[in-house]
Design a protein around this ligand. Structure first.
Ligand code: GLU
Length: 444
């Protein structure tokens, strides 16, 4: 890296103690070096300097009272990273690991991911270090109401449209939507991932997992291959993993493992998805409860071991940096041919390198998991029209969006001389539209 090296240096210096943000920026700037060489006018206009600096960062206190009457204080975040091509768009994550650096890495990734969808959405992300695990519905509600009481001052259907992420699903979106509506006295599409009775889109719940499989299927198809008859390992057991499992199975694959932050289940005969949905979506239990229904399956403590299971396709869909170099080497050794990132940045840079060097088809998160936010954008369109499309209509749009993402990422990779490198391809394809727009809009 030559032209962009000082920008990375500056990011490291000015944003101390944010390793995930550094990691995300480094990967992108490395991919963009040839773009900078080709477009000196963008360098002169400070496009690269500006894109790594959030337009706005909001941090706030979130006080709430638990069922026993005890007061708790959490920290709330919303990073409005880039609004060049549309209102800020991106999820809210509720997890004890959340801090400003994590939200900045996610917000930064979201700029390019959202651009890749081809839809008019800018990049943002938010959340809190609140831990929803073990909390009652009433505690979750009170937390969400307190969080939205502040957040509602900064968002709006044409300004910033949050959605879910880890720890934020339909229940949380419902409580937050209710509080927004009450305070602002307006019924608008200010959040996505809403319930179907108040403006949610059909297929939004399924979209991230489905989209990931459509992307992986596109990578496989280009090499004359498919999911048919393949053994699949998916980490996580949230929304992305569950609907990834559903689509991988529909496409002819056999999913044999899922996990949560405590451990993983291995079911050689294939995962019983109905049981998983009941455990995770209805009963909100740990994945270990799967053994109560299927005692013939195995449960192992700790989640890293899941990558030792031999598979053809690996879909890391839990969280950032969950798959390291050693796990990548094991996957390669066991004959894995394709990896699709369902979570955001689940593979460490060293792991990605192992996959690329061994010609494993690698779908980076920005491309592979963009189906979720793309369908959020479709939810925004339906809300603006005060109309809703059928499941089939939304799914058909999702399929064509994922096909386009594949096409744009692979063409960009080819154009820049790194055929089949979808990491570089996705970064460049996503960046070009944002850069052109930022240039057209002047120095702001
Ligand atoms: N949290 C999801 C993501 O990482 C979805 C965001 C959205 O729908 O706005 O892209």
């Amino acid at each position: 890296m030559k032209i962009l090296a000082p920008i990375l240096e500056d990011v490291l210096k000015r944003n101390p103690n944010e390793p995930e943000f550094h990691q995300a920026v480094k990967e992108v700037l490395e991919s963009l070096e040839p773009v900078a060489q080709k477009n000196p006018k963008w360098v002169e206009a400070g496009i690269f300097d500006r894109i790594v600096e959030p337009e706005r960062q909001i941090m706030f206190r979130v006080p709430w009272v638990d069922d026993a009457g005890k007061v708790h204080v959490n920290r709330g975040f919303r990073v409005q990273f880039n609004s060049a091509i549309g209102p800020y768009k991106g999820g809210l994550r509720f997890h004890p690991s959340v801090n400003l650096g994590i939200i900045k890495f996610l917000g930064f990734e979201q700029i390019l991911k959202n651009s890749l969808t081809g839809l008019p959405i800018g990049g943002g992300k938010g959340g809190s270090d609140f831990d929803p695990k073990g909390k009652s519905d009433n505690e979750i509600m009170r937390f969400c109401q307190s969080f939205m009481t502040e957040l509602c001052k900064h968002i709006g259907p044409d300004t910033d449209v949050p959605a879910g992420d880890i720890g934020v699903g339909g229940r949380e979106i419902g409580y937050m939507y209710g509080q927004y509506k009450r305070i602002r006295n307006e019924f608008t599409g200010v959040l996505t991932g809403k319930g179907l009775t108040y403006g949610g889109s059909l297929a939004r719940t399924e979209a991230t997992g489905y989209g990931m499989c459509y992307f992986v299927e596109a990578m496989l198809k280009a090499k004359g291959n498919s999911f048919q008859g393949k053994t699949v390992v998916i980490s996580g057991s949230g929304n992305v993993a569950i609907y990834g499992c559903e689509k991988a199975t529909q496409l002819g694959g056999k999913v044999v493992a899922l996990s949560d932050s405590n451990g993983y289940i291995y079911h050689k005969e294939g995962i019983d998805l109905a049981a998983v949905k009941r455990i995770k979506e209805v009963e909100r239990k740990r994945i270990q409860a799967y053994l109560e229904v299927h005692p013939e399956a195995e449960y192992h403590e700790g989640c890293a071991g899941i990558w030792n299971i031999p598979c053809d396709i690996a879909l890391p869909s839990a969280t950032q940096n969950e798959l390291n170099e050693e796990a990548a080497k094991t996957l390669v050794k066991n004959g894995c041919i394709a990896v699709g990132e369902g979570a955001n940045m689940p593979c460490t840079p060293e792991a990605v390198e192992v996959f690329l060097q061994n010609k494993v088809l690698f779908g980076p998160a920005k491309a592979a998991n963009a189906g979720g936010v793309a369908t959020s954008a479709l939810e925004m369109s339906q809300n603006s029209m005060r109309y809703s499309w059928t499941f089939e209509e939304v799914d058909a749009k999702l399929q064509s969006i994922m096909a386009n993402i594949y096409k744009n990422a692979s063409e960009a990779a080819k154009e820049y001389g790194v055929e089949d490198n979808y990491v570089v391809g996705a970064n460049i394809a996503g960046f070009l539209k944002v850069a052109e727009t930022m240039y057209a809009q002047g120095i702001i």
